[in-house]
Design a protein around this ligand. Structure first.
Ligand code: SF4
Length: 384
């Protein structure tokens, strides 16, 4: 009976959120991406961008509230005194629909954070977005942190007062896909943004008080532009000085225009080891006060993390440690990361894990020889 009632309550969800928003309540305020042309992105290809009306979004926030109330009621009836965490945990094992899962996960982790989907929430009219944020906070008062994706170009077009208004209403953080600071690469990838746009948009966000997280794609320059990509991206970030810099490594899937560029030979991918050279050059050129994070599954060296500038040497030491390994150990580590056995370089000294990776190499190559780059790319892309 309860399950039938629950199934009736649902709301729309978009396809993605940043890794750091895994426990945030997802509220879809726009659909898809208004730009949708980046060659390295397949998420919204073939889907039309749509604004949603404030009324429609408010209705969905009220649905979240109704689900939350229902979970509270079940909690009282089950002897948990209205605490929803225990009930939310049970729902996570067998959710009646995706919306329930979203709400249960959010409540299970404290119910304090919300992420507004999809690709560029800043494109909404500022007064409408302010209204949505205020309504969200009023309806679900446990939420103290609201974040979203935005494009630099859109941020650059907003008046400084508009961004301040959004911050005052409760927008805590914006996640921006900087990807690169090198103009010829931004142009080749059809990002629709220049390095100058990135700087103007990023600086405006920082000045407004909204926390800023800039995403960089390691390997985006391929074999041809990796040096310029590393140096120019650092230059642009130094001028923005965002709160966070997050890196992820280029993955190429069917459905991305870049997939065809690789097939026809116009784009030649960098190997893992070349991407490590690029990351070293990138970090060496950073001169800012950001917190650097590598928490994406695609990154070979996820342990590169720290507060700049003081942790720069520690971060570079992780790279030097990888580069000083023998070729066999570097290969073992790469495969171990790509099949999900290793998390960090220390795992190499775990003999059980090391042997498991050796067996995986034997199995994948048939004769124990080193795996080729294509096989390693394919292993990495299984996660995406
Ligand atoms: S702006 Fe973002 S979501 Fe849109 S196509 Fe580019 S990378 Fe994808």
């Amino acid at each position: 009976m309860m399950e039938k009632q629950m199934i009736a309550e649902s709301f729309e969800l978009g396809p993605i959120r940043p890794p750091s928003e895994a426990h945030s309540l997802l509220i879809r305020v726009t659909r898809n991406c208004p730009w949708n042309r980046c060659k390295f992105c397949h998420i919204y290809k073939g889907k039309k961008f749509e604004l949603r009306s404030v009324e429609e979004i408010k209705q969905e926030i009220l649905t979240v509230k109704a689900i939350q109330d229902k979970l509270k009621e079940v909690s009282w009836k089950s002897g948990y005194g209205g605490r929803v965490e225990a009930v939310a945990g049970a729902i996570l094992n067998n959710p009646p629909n995706e919306a329930f899962f979203d709400v249960a996960l959010w409540l299970y982790y404290g119910g304090t954070s919300a992420f507004l989907q999809d690709a560029n929430t800043l494109i909404m009219r500022t007064n409408e977005l302010v209204e949505v944020i205020r309504f969200l906070k009023k309806t679900l008062p446990s939420i103290t942190r609201i974040t979203s994706y935005g494009r630099s170009k859109t941020a650059a077009k907003k008046k400084p007062e508009e961004l301040k208004q959004l911050h005052q209403a409760g927008l805590s953080r914006l996640h921006i896909g900087l990807e690169s600071g090198y103009d010829p690469l931004l142009q080749y990838m059809d990002k629709g943004v220049t390095a100058a746009d990135h700087i103007v948009g990023g600086r405006k966000i920082v000045a407004s008080g909204i926390s800023l997280c800039e995403y960089v794609v390691l390997g985006l320059g391929g074999k041809k532009m990796w040096r310029e990509h590393a140096i120019e991206t650092a230059r642009v970030l130094n001028q923005i000085d965002p709160d966070f810099i997050r890196v992820r490594t280029l993955t190429i899937k069917q459905g991305m225009p870049l997939y065809d560029e690789v097939k026809n030979g116009n784009f030649v991918r960098a190997t893992d080891e070349e991407v490590v050279d690029e990351e070293k050059l990138f970090i060496e050129h950073l001169d800012c006060h950001s917190y650097f994070v590598s928490d994406h599954i695609t990154n070979l060296l996820q342990e590169i993390e720290g507060q700049l500038p003081q942790d720069k040497e520690k971060m570079l030491a992780s790279i030097a440690r990888f580069q000083s390994l023998s070729p066999e150990e570097r290969h073992n580590f790469r495969v171990g990361r790509r099949v999900g056995i290793y998390d960090q370089l220390d795992d190499l000294s775990n003999s059980r894990k090391h042997n498991t990776v050796e067996h995986a190499i034997q199995k994948l190559s048939n004769d124990g020889s080193q795996l080729d780059e294509e096989t390693i790319y394919a292993l990495m892309e299984r996660f995406i």
